[in-house]
Ligand binder design. Structure first.
Ligand code: ADP
Length: 627
């Protein structure tokens, strides 16, 4: 026998459970039943390949017993059980490491349904009990072990006797308090209700001794109370029920339970397909990204069932990467029970199902976009980045499929719009789709280059995600309209006359620009006058495929190669500074150098780029200010 301490993390979670102000305490039963069902799945699954294990599916059952006198509730299963080491490992620590991090972040939101999300499921037993005993025996083992605990102080594991394989969990139900009626969990009807509410679909019978009044044999109207073993759950999985008969709440509860989520899903997609291959799928778009989505621990995939029996927990081939956040399951009558992972990969039927599922998710999203814009925007804020990655990954093979699901912020609409909507609004003479990138919508809105476009009445898409520009590059065009960066040098907005005028001014000052460029150690590709700036003196534009924003993104990546955008310093020809420069070129070349440095630094700052020597620039500015 050994007395053990819980791991620090587990202790905190346990503490949270015991002192939980969480009102929905009844879900502890759902958690324990779900564990029991998993354990039986595991055992059955093992028996398919291990012939020392002999199980008949119809023998697998969960039994619930109530002992009012001793205030105990017992949950018994004949699943895979746990040996001494497993009892220690599984019940002494929290299974998944993200749990506490999540809790810290959500400390304020105590009441949020975090229970069950991170493998704290078993600990929820402590919400209603002050003593928990777990007796367990694994197949092919003579010995059985008993884990027991009164809560945070610790637990012990000792050998015990147990006749059959499986796990028996005994909860000693807490005494009633002023706020809480714990005795309800010793009431047979209440327990039956809870089972029906949360665990109806469990595909093993959940049995209880239920009292009935029956006519005494051989009498006319004498009754006696008899106890009969009854199966409480319908055992019909929710996805096999008629869609019209399943309530939203049932779908949501199933999702929370099955996929350990604390929030109800954003969208449920339930379909039965007849056709060439028969299958049913139940898909969920969660309301938020899984906490570990961007870690290597995250595995996408759908559960795969062969006629109601789980054959694979995560079948990744059923989902494309960009829909990797979708949760759910597929059940097909035509799949074989003991099909292996390798065989599945080559399975034609599975590929057809995967294709159908991808199409289904996409069309449902398109429908949401059309019919419930608000909800779609909520979806896009959470998962839009995935769709963008999907568009540009693999050299854009999926771009056609995804481009109409993308949203970008619009300068004129002041909200997210689709490319289709943009194109429909384009002015008659407008040939290209304008965009500008930056850190935030507000910053982009202040860019001098953008102002001119807005003044001329053009709509500009504001790109704030790092991937956005890469996405547009992969798309190349939309509805034969190409994309044009507002901050690139060849923005063709002037009339022929204006163009001529500008060309002349640049020609005349060629030598001056050459000197200025040298003053900047050739850091810019070019310096020139522009007409695109309205009242602003300078801006920095880019030439070639790499824009300034892309430079920032590329260089923020690990192993960056120090990629540089080719930039052009543009100076407003109509701004007084233009004449000042010309003057200095004639009279004071040293001063021109300082002015050039300041103008360049300003242009970089406007673009959100850093400047190499801020002290020098500050000194130069102050020198001029003090005159
Ligand atoms: P989760 O079920 O989310 O993994 P739990 O805290 O509920 O987290 O359970 C921890 C682990 O203990 C399970 O993953 C499982 O390995 C084991 N376990 C719990 N209940 C049983 C049971 N009735 N039979 C066998 N193993 C169990």
């Amino acid at each position: 026998m050994s007395n053990k301490q819980f791991k620090a993390e587990s202790k905190r979670v346990l503490d949270l459970m015991i002192n939980s102000i969480y009102t929905n305490k009844e879900i502890f039963l759902r958690e324990l039943i779900s564990n029991a069902s998993d354990a039986m799945d595991k055992l059955y699954f093992r028996s398919l390949t291990d012939n020392t294990i002999n199980v008949k599916r119809e023998d697998l059952k969960i039994k619930i017993d109530i002992d009012k006198e001793n205030r105990t509730l017992t949950i018994t299963d004949n699943g895979c059980g746990m040996n001494e080491e497993e009892l220690d490992k599984n019940l002494g620590t929290i299974a998944k490491s993200g749990s506490l991090k999540f809790k810290k972040e959500n400390e304020k939101a105590e009441n949020v349904d975090i229970i069950g999300q991170f493998g704290v499921g078993f600990y929820s037993a402590f919400m209603v009990s002050d003593f928990v005993k777990v007796e367990s025996r694994t197949p092919n083992s003579e010995k059985a072990y008993c884990w027991s605990s009164k809560g945070v102080e610790g637990y012990k594991i000792e050998e015990c006797t147990k006749d059959d394989i499986g796990t028996k969990i005994t909860l000693h139900i807490k005494e009633d308090s002023e706020e809480e009626n714990y005795s309800q969990f010793l009431d047979s009807y209440k327990i039956q209700d809870i089972i029906k509410k949360y665990s109806d679909y469990i595909h093993y019978p959940i049995q209880m001794e239920v009292e009935h009044k029956k006519k005494k044999e051989g009498t006319e109207n004498e009754y006696e109370t008899v106890k009969e073993l009854e199966t409480i759950n319908s055992m019909i999985p929710i996805w096999k029920k008629d869609k019209k008969k399943v309530t939203e709440e049932e779908y949501d509860n199933f999702f929370k339970d099955k996929f350990h989520d604390y929030e109800k899903p954003l969208k449920v997609i339930h379909t039965s397909v007849e056709g060439q291959y028969k299958y049913t799928s139940l898909l969920y778009i969660p309301a938020h990204l899984p906490y570990d989505y961007y870690t290597k621990d995250y595995e996408k995939g759908l559960q795969l069932y062969a006629n109601g029996v789980l054959i694979m927990e995560k079948c990744e081939d059923l989902l494309p990467d960009y829909f990797g956040f979708v949760k759910g399951l597929v059940d097909s009558e035509d799949l074989s029970l003991n099909i292996s992972r390798e065989m599945l990969q080559h399975d034609r039927q599975l590929r057809v199902i995967a294709k159908n599922i991808e199409n289904k998710i996409r069309t449902e999203l398109e429908k949401m976009l059309k019919e419930d814009r608000e909800k779609y925007e909520q979806f896009f804020k959470t998962f839009g980045l995935q769709l963008k990655y999907g568009t540009y990954n693999d050299y854009g093979v999926n771009k056609e499929k995804l481009q109409d699901l993308l949203l970008f912020y619009s300068s004129t609409e002041k909200k997210l719009v689709t490319l289709k909507e943009y194109v429909e609004r384009m002015k008659e003479e407008q040939k290209v789709i304008y965009y500008a990138s930056g850190e935030t919508v507000d910053k982009i809105d202040l860019l001098p280059q953008v102002e001119l476009l807005k003044d001329k009445g053009y709509e500009v898409l504001y790109l704030t995600d790092n991937v956005d520009e890469f996405v547009l590059q992969v798309l190349m065009n939309y509805d034969v309209k190409t994309f044009q960066n507002a901050c690139s040098e060849n923005l063709d907005l002037d009339s022929e006359e204006e163009k001529e005028e500008l060309k002349k001014a640049n020609e005349e000052n060629k030598e001056m620009f050459k000197t200025m460029k040298e003053d900047l150690n050739n850091e810019v590709q070019d310096i020139r006058f522009t007409h695109r700036l309205k009242n602003h003196p300078v801006c920095l534009t880019s030439e070639g495929v790499i824009s300034v924003e892309m430079e920032k993104t590329l260089n923020a990546m690990p192993n960056s190669q120090g990629i540089k955008a080719q930039t052009v310093l543009e100076i407003n020809e109509k701004h007084p500074i233009a004449n000042k420069l010309k003057e200095l070129y004639k009279e004071d070349k040293e001063k021109l150098k300082n002015y050039t440095k300041i103008l360049y630094a300003q242009a970089r700052l406007i673009e959100g780029l850093n400047i190499e020597n801020p002290t020098e620039i500050s000194n130069l500015v102050c020198e001029i200010l003090s005159k």
